[in-house]
Design a protein around this ligand. Sequence first.
Ligand code: SF4
Length: 293
Amino acid sequence: MPDPLLDSLIELIRRTSAELPDDVNAALVRSLESEKKGTIAESALKIIERNIELAKRKSQPICQDTGSVVFYVQCPVGYDQIQFEETAREAVKQATKRGFLRQNSVDSITGRNDGTNLGPGAPAIHFHQHRFPQLEVCLILKGGGCENVGAQYSLPAEKLEANRDLDGCRRVILDAVLQAQGKGCGPGILGVCIGGDRATGYEFSKQQFLRFLGDRNPDPVLDALEQDILKTANELGIGPMGFGGRTTLLGVKICAANRVPASYFVSVSYMCWAFRRQGVVMGPDSSIQRWLY
Ligand code: SF4
């Protein structure tokens, strides 16, 4: 029996895995233009560009690590989340069979890979209700290499002379960039949350990846911090893949969450150049009405 939700989710997975969104492509093109001609940085970005073009043309994964599969679902009140979860799991299984996702998920205790990309926490699905009739589904495929260089700091951090203030936040965020150099497949994008408990901080930091790369933070204090970190990081000379150059980061997105007075966490999530995120608005019949990125 035809299942339009299943078809829409498989197409969302295929497109997310094979095509970078326009805002990320545009940022990569700008960074290629800004690198000095004949440098390793320029060559690295040209190779990245070729891989992106090839993946799109052949409808195959941009990177062999198709990453953790993370859905963000905005659904109307009363929506059947159990049904969605079952369909999303089937979509992941079928997308894996068709090669849109690599067999990339293993049992953490035994190391066994059953080839389905399914298991506890896989895929991860975050539901949020909204007061609109339509279903919006975003998907992020989060690579392992860049996930490994994410970091959470508890301020004060004496070694970095980072106190519980904005300058302290700036210091630890830039430390995360320094620690990630040569790893994490830069140029990268940072998602940061200041505050929250440990789990909420990381969750909010990852939600920052749903923002458009070119947007500006509506909070002027956080906006200034984003611009400052982006500029400073790109003056560090780390460059694409750590080969040196002008493009260390493509974007910095920062939010804040309330914290208890006893804690001050800064959670930094790092996304590699293979910034695979897409989203769709679905109609009443669960067909794709509009692409979000
Ligand atoms: S970090 Fe990103 S680009 Fe690097 S191997 Fe993983 S998914 Fe691929």
